[in-house]
Design a protein around this ligand. Sequence first.
Ligand SMILES: Cc1cc2nc3c(=O)[nH]c(=O)nc-3n(C[C@H](O)[C@H](O)[C@H](O)COP(=O)(O)OP(=O)(O)OC[C@H]3O[C@@H](n4cnc5c(N)ncnc54)[C@H](O)[C@@H]3O)c2cc1C
Length: 521
Amino acid sequence: MPKELTLTLTPEQAARQEVYIPLAARMVGVQPGQIALARIVRRSIDARRKLQVLLTLELFIDDERPPEPVRLELRPVDHAAPVVVVGCGPAGLFAALRLIEEGYKPILVERGKEVGARKTDIAAINRNGQVDPDSNYAFGEGGAGAFSDGKLFTRSKKRGDHHRALHILLQHGADPSILYDAHPHVGTDRLPGIIARIRQTIIEAGGEVCFGQRVTDLIVKDGRCLGVICGDTTIEGRAVILATGHSADDIYMMLHRRGVPLQAKPFAMGVRVEHPQTLIDTIQYRLPSRGDHLPAATYQLVAQVGGRGVYSFCMCPGGHIVPAMTSASESVVNGMSTSGRNSLFANAGIVAEIRPADWAHLDGQHGPLAGLVLRQQFEQAAREHGGAAQIAPAQRLTDFVAGRPSSALPRTSYPPGVAPSQMEQWMPPFISEALRGGFVDFGRRMRGFLTDQAQIVGVESRTSSPVRIPRDGASLMHPAIEGLFPSGEGAGYAGGIISAAVDGDRSALATARYLKAHNNK
Ligand SMILES: Cc1cc2nc3c(=O)[nH]c(=O)nc-3n(C[C@H](O)[C@H](O)[C@H](O)COP(=O)(O)OP(=O)(O)OC[C@H]3O[C@@H](n4cnc5c(N)ncnc54)[C@H](O)[C@@H]3O)c2cc1C
């Protein structure tokens, strides 16, 4: 059995094996030479009093060996029963891998382009604010996960599944540190390569990937879903896994039009706040500079304002704010960083809970899509108050809190640029009041956070899905349409890359169970 122990180290010591391995050897009473392998199980930074790194190691002594890593058990599926998987995001890709392991042929149907070609469209949004509605930060191979920050943290309690997903990413080129870092991170520069290699694995096993195919309808015969329609093309399979993400408004509208039962669900919206990274480092590490051995500092903040939760979301240290809209008529921002996390800026979504009472006025006309309509209205209002070519509305943080306009704005990482806007004049008051209260609270708890060096950029609205596509808890199938398996973030069962991947995996297992019970017919 390997021995596990936690060392409390300075950042310099934690960066050097030749320092921490002898320390660990001494603690377990062996010679350093007897340690065959010291595997980092967890690494976290504690800056509450004295700055220290907590390094948990697993020590394999003499001839002990670590267990074999999780491996995909792929088999050729060229002639196997086909299953249609809509969406090449984390949920769709991981569903496809599991279907192959279960002996089914996944046919991935994706509205966007392959991840390499997608880069040109991403560059066009950044440079001239040109938004291709099928190829952008949300749509295309890799889904919203491709040009994301690539933080792989999940609160999922299902550690086994979570580890499997991390191991699969590792096999496709992610850094081994994702297995042990307390807050694993891949970076937007490395994600596209990993995604392209996962596609290669799927194709080599006999799966198919159809790009440029936007699903416009389902094929339903005698109450059973047997494929999808993409304009003039039909794509058939024995079942359909629907993993279209939370930005596919058209999919929710198509399902609603068809009379498929849907449910509105709580979500969260707000803004993205941006600070100089050096300021966040100084606040969090209480050092004039973070030096060579500490990562760009992060924060996580939560407050209750008049009974409404306000919290930081997807914090990106050393990152960039990016234009994450799927249509030119919306202003939507999000955040990402490269593996080096070395930009001059720190950004995070600061969002307020959105609850059923907030969209009650839209219920009568829009039913289960009322939350979605509220989101669209918020994003469109932000667009109207920004500038041409996706310039986003922005306000100095201290001006927003004081309720006054900003005459000038700090520098930003947001590629299309920002224009001053008095945000509370067009935001629903329940959002602006909650955000204002949240910022005041955060400023008290993190001295220096509430500063005129920071600005807020609008709007952060795609935190999770405003609609749930219901599914039966045991079969994971839609209760009204046999053979339809709603999956991932868009269906309302995941939030983030890893939880979407894990949900895709579960949906594929459920699909395989269903098909096996029907003799694969
Ligand atoms: C900029 C940015 C940064 C992010 N950073 C992080 C992070 O650091 N960590 C983290 O965990 N999460 C992050 N996220 C969120 C994360 O990317 C999502 O939670 C995750 O991708 C959801 O996976 P999914 O497979 O359920 O859906 P998606 O990734 O949204 O994939 C859905 C797929 O379906 C396709 N599709 C949609 N409609 C149709 C249609 N009609 N026909 C055919 N195909 C369709 C889309 O093109 C897309 O490829 C970030 C998101 C963004 C935008």
